[in-house]
Design a protein around this ligand. Structure first.
Ligand SMILES: Cc1cc2nc3c(=O)[nH]c(=O)nc-3n(C[C@H](O)[C@H](O)[C@H](O)COP(=O)(O)OP(=O)(O)OC[C@H]3O[C@@H](n4cnc5c(N)ncnc54)[C@H](O)[C@@H]3O)c2cc1C
Length: 420
């Protein structure tokens, strides 16, 4: 089994784990012996957690195995912004795949936000889920036309969006940008609490959860899969690979996202500028983009400065330099405010050539469902993955089956699935 050490996915001082005292973190046994299930989910990050919660709610016998601790991988580095808008703008996606299909995809992302809110309602503790608006700023004057084009297309298709300068988009925002649009109906979460909540709820509904249980091999034997772990074995009808960005299980086709690293920081409690509305997140048109959100205790979580490197930086001096650059962005936006970082980290994330996630089965491996989120909207894609999986098991189609299939062809592009 190739490395699945969570420390390889992030480095630095993470914030979310500090919000859950160790005594309150649910723990699960490791798997010993043989068990059977309808669905075996590999990976206990937010994606696996969403799949487990949806399976358990549908009464489907499920087992989830996590090689480390639940929510210790990329999910622990996730800054928790949930948006129906994606790294690829609606109008850009429309140019690639046609307007109708692009609008369907954006519509599914919007529906996913509603489903995430519904799941949150059943979690018996606070997960930091709050509905938010997003201020999408033009980074430069030359980006204003493309942002206006985006606004026009979102509005034409009934997405909740407003246009204007930051001063007339519904909030009196204390920052200066050439133009901005605001989308409504987005949200923020504490991804570690949310993943723990989903898994605890799935367990309560009958799902079996195992930590410190690495999958070594997945083999098809007749109609079933035999999933071999360190000290046990699962016999299942279906396998879900929610393994995130680390190399996965040997002997199976794997998806190879383009790996990058990104940086994030969290300011001390009660450090928000008075004039900033706590219910508004911010991002921009530049790629890579700078973004921030708030927390209920008055912190600001900011991120960006992505680099084309797969491994998170481990050099502390370099991490400090990148953190200073994030702080400098905040100073530019809020010149009167004193900014400092209480937590700062670097994490690996994946992108795809067409900016879409890989969700579903491949023709070569029926029964193995890939749930690989790509880009900055991984949680929303995890929700779509869980609903696609449920439909597949119930024998129903899902509107995103073809568009997000792991093996797909997008206009003039090679198939984006690559075997490793
Ligand atoms: C700095 C940063 C900020 C981000 N911000 C956001 C954001 O604001 N919003 C958003 O939606 N997304 C964001 N993302 C992306 C987001 O982190 C991911 O899309 C999402 O959390 C991935 O979740 P996951 O469950 O797919 O992967 P992971 O959380 O990595 O979970 C996969 C799990 O699989 C386990 N695993 C792997 N192989 C095996 C095996 N063989 N056996 C058993 N277990 C195995 C791993 O141990 C791991 O715990 C951000 C990413 C970074 C780095």
């Amino acid at each position: 089994m190739e490395g699945i050490e969570s420390q390889k996915l992030h480095h630095g001082s993470l914030y979310w784990p500090t919000t859950l005292p160790p005594s309150q973190i649910p723990s699960y046994p490791s798997l010993e012996g043989q068990i059977t299930a309808e669905v075996a989910i590999i990976g206990g990050g937010i994606t696996g957690a969403l799949c487990a919660a949806v399976m358990a709610r549908s009464g489907i016998k499920t087992v989830l195995v996590e090689g480390n601790r639940v929510a210790s991988g990329s999910t622990a580095a996730n800054t928790g912004l949930l948006q129906f808008s994606n790294d690829i703008m609606l109008n850009e996606l429309a140019e690639k795949i046609g307007e109708a299909e692009a609008v369907r995809f954006y519509g599914e992302c919007r529906k996913a936000l509603v489903s995430l809110a519904q799941l949150d309602e059943d979690i018996p503790f606070e997960t930091g889920f709050h509905v938010r608006s997003s201020l999408y700023c033009a980074s430069t004057s030359s980006d204003v036309p493309k942002l206006f084009k985006e606004y026009s297309m979102l509005r034409k298709h009934g997405f909740p969006v407003e246009w204007g300068s930051p001063h007339n988009v519904g909030h009196h925002l204390p920052i200066r940008k050439p133009a901005a649009l605001v989308t409504h109906g987005d949200a923020e979460i504490n991804p570690v609490k949310f993943a723990h909540g989903l898994i605890a709820e799935a367990a309560q509904k009958g799902a079996l959860i195992y930590e410190h249980t690495k999958v070594q091999e997945v083999k098809r034997v007749g109609e079933k899969f035999v999933i071999t772990t360190d000290f046990g074995e699962i016999i299942a009808n279906r396998v879900v690979r929610a393994v995130g960005y680390v190399p996965g299980v040997s002997n199976s086709t794997q998806l190879k996202p383009i790996l990058k690293r990104s940086y994030a920081l969290v300011t001390p409690a009660n450090s928000l500028p008075d004039a900033w509305p706590y219910d508004c997140m911010m991002w921009e048109t530049a790629r890579p983009y700078f973004y921030f959100r708030t927390t209920p205790d008055g912190r600001l979580i900011a991120g960006g400065m992505d680099e084309n490197q797969a491994d998170p930086v481990t050099d502390t001096d370099y991490l400090v330099k990148r953190t200073q650059l994030l702080l400098a962005e905040l100073r530019k936006l809020f010149p009167g405010n004193h900014w400092e970082a209480e937590h700062a980290w670097c994490g690996t994330f994946g992108e795809s050539e067409d900016d879409l996630p890989f969700l579903g089965e491949t023709p070569e491996q029926p029964g193995i469902f890939h749930a690989l989120s790509c880009g900055g909207n991984g949680t929303v894609y995890g929700m779509i993955a869980a609903e696609m999986l449920r439909n597949r098991i119930l024998g129903l189609d899902h509107p995103m089956d073809a568009l997000l299939a792991p093996k797909r062809q997008i206009q003039n592009r090679e198939t984006v699935l690559r075997s490793v």
